[in-house]
Every structure is written in structure tokens, then in C-alpha cells.
Design a protein around this ligand. Structure first.
Ligand SMILES: NC(=O)c1ccc[n+]([C@@H]2O[C@H](COP(=O)([O-])OP(=O)(O)OC[C@H]3O[C@@H](n4cnc5c(N)ncnc54)[C@H](OP(=O)(O)O)[C@@H]3O)[C@@H](O)[C@H]2O)c1
Length: 254
């Protein structure tokens, strides 16, 4: 039984990964396993794709719910060809404007759950399999007013790059996807109390295109997928200009 596993499949880029994986690999996959809390969204998604979905309507941060997934892995022993870790969220605002609960929940979902899913899924991945982790261009340097979120994404990028080397001998690739702002429901949550900076609105990307590039980059085993010239330029800038100087400018632009 060959499958793909996608977390955060109920909206945005996770949902887009499901539709693109269905189109590209539907004929060789028995099922696509999708994880997210909103069951009705996962059921709607099934109507749009041909590959059977196995739905795990779970909160990844709640172990009692999450174990539905690990139990299914143990029972069915599938071969996981693609794992996409897309579940994640961010809250805009200074560290102290964002509640303590939300700051900790970002770390819990974006870092802890992503690590947990990867760890539990890896024993079911064989030569040629791919891991695609949703990091962000926020991983490239610290971000005032997005401090904890950016730190969680630095974790995802660092973890993914190291894991790629560890898995070279098993011929399993790991790609960290590092987009700038993408038009999804992400901002419904992120902008609950504070708006994103104006310059981020200008470079807002389309989820379909970001995922197309991520799929193509993962296919050729790239360690990082950065969509669009503005974010590619931002990555270079973050490598050559001292971070203190960039942070000064960024903290003045709201
Ligand atoms: N949009 C952007 O600008 C942007 C840019 C760079 C990186 N990213 C990253 O890309 C990933 C996907 O974001 P997106 O833009 O597609 O946002 P999105 O549309 O809000 O999707 C987030 C997904 O995460 C799931 N999720 C949230 N909390 C969860 C939980 N506790 N347990 C299980 N699933 C949970 C949501 O499903 P339920 O609510 O149904 O649980 C949803 O499917 C995230 O990791 C995000 O940090 C986004």
C-alpha cells in the first residue's frame, strides 16, 4: 500500500499539496492520508480528487487524538512515498501583545508536532521517498512582531537541512519550503489582533504556484524551495547584510 501523508490538508498550501499530489501521483497511490482538525473540510476535499482519502480529523498537539494516526501506521504498515508537514500557524504582534498561550501553541504545533509526525512516519518511508516541510522565508532571519513564529520556522529550516544529510544514505530527500507571504487562511489567524506589514502585502504569492515549485524542487531533491524573485532576493540579502541593519529597517516599517 503506497500512500502520501499531508498534515494541514484542510486549507491553504496543505490542501493544494493534496490536489497536486493527486494529479501527479494518483495512479500509483492507494490512498492519501490527510490530517487536520476540520473534518468537514477534509470531506469536501474528497469530492474534488480521485485518490481515496483516509481522514484523520485530529489536533496534532493532542496526543490522545494524534495516536489515531500512529495506530493506523502500525496496523496497515503502508509505504509512505511523500510526507508533507504543512500544519502550522503564526500570530502577528510583539512577543507581549501575543498571548502566552498563542506563543507556546506556535512552538507546540510548528516545531513539536512537525518533529513528532516526521519521527513516527520515517520508519514507513523507503528509498526514493520525499519529506516536504513548510518552513517560511521568516526562517532566514529574526522578525520583530513575528518573533516566536519566525523562530519556529528557523527550527523547521535547520532541522530539515540536517535531516536531509542524515537521510542521504537511505535516499530519502528532505525539502524545506520557504515562501514569503502566501494568500491563504493563514492571515485570518495571523492578523487577529495586528495587521501584516504593508510591504508583505505587495509580495503576496499564490498557493498553487508556491506548491508547484515545491513539488518540482522536492522531485529533484533540493534542500530548499524558495518561490519568487522577491523572496530569493530576500534570502540573498539575509546572507550578506548584517541582520542588525535589516532588523532596524524592518522594525520601522509597519
Ligand atoms: N500563508 C503564508 O503566508 C505562509 C508563508 C510561509 C509559510 N507558511 C506556512 O505554511 C504552512 C501552511 O500554511 P497555510 O498558509 O496553508 O495556512 P492555512 O491555510 O491556515 O493552513 C494551516 C493548516 O494547519 C492546520 N492546523 C492548524 N492547527 C492545527 C492543529 N492543532 N492540528 C492539526 N492541524 C492544524 C489547519 O487545519 P485545521 O484548522 O482544520 O486544523 C490548516 O489545514 C504553515 O506551516 C505556515 O506556517 C505560510
Amino acid at each position: 500500500m503506497k500512500i502520501a501523508v499531508i498534515t494541514g490538508a484542510s486549507s491553504g498550501m496543505g490542501r493544494e499539496f493534496v490536489t497536486q499530489i493527486d494529479r501527479a501521483y494518483g495512479d500509483i497511490l492507494s490512498e492519501i492520508w490527510v490530517l487536520a482538525r476540520r473534518k468537514e473540510r477534509l470531506e469536501e476535499l474528497q469530492k474534488e480528487i480521485k485518490t481515496p482519502l483516509r481522514m484523520f480529523s485530529v489536533d496534532l498537539t493532542k496526543d490522545s487524538e494524534y495516536e489515531e494516526y500512529t495506530k493506523a501506521l502500525e496496523k496497515l504498515k503502508p509505504s509512505v512515498g511523500i510526507l508533507v508537514n504543512s500544519s502550522g500557524f503564526g500570530k502577528i504582534g510583539t512577543f507581549q501583545e501575543v498571548s502566552k498561550g498563542s506563543n507556546l501553541a506556535m512552538i507546540e504545533l510548528n516545531c513539536h508536532s512537525l518533529t513528532k509526525v516526521t519521527y513516527d512516519t520515517l520508519p514507513f518511508m523507503k528509498k526514493g521517498a520525499r519529506i516536504i516541510n513548510l518552513a517560511s522565508s521568516a526562517a532566514f532571519l529574526p522578525q520583530p512582531r513575528f518573533a516566536v513564529y519566525a523562530a519556529t520556522k528557523s527550527y523547521v529550516l535547520s532541522f530539515s537541512r540536517a535531516l536531509k544529510y542524515e537521510l542521504t544514505s537511505r535516499k530519502i530527500s528532505v525539502t524545506a519550503v520557504c515562501p514569503g507571504p502566501v494568500k491563504t487562511e493563514f492571515f485570518d489567524i495571523a492578523e487577529e489582533n495586528n495587521q501584516i506589514a504593508f510591504y508583505k502585502k505587495i509580495v503576496m504569492a499564490d498557493a498553487r504556484k508556491v506548491v508547484e515549485k515545491a513539488m518540482a524542487d522536492a522531485k529533484i531533491g533540493k534542500s530548499k524551495s524558495v518561490y519568487g524573485l522577491p523572496m530569493q532576493a530576500f534570502e540573498i540579502l539575509s546572507k550578506i547584510v548584517p541582520h542588525e541593519a535589516i532588523l532596524k529597517i524592518m522594525s520601522q516599517w509597519k
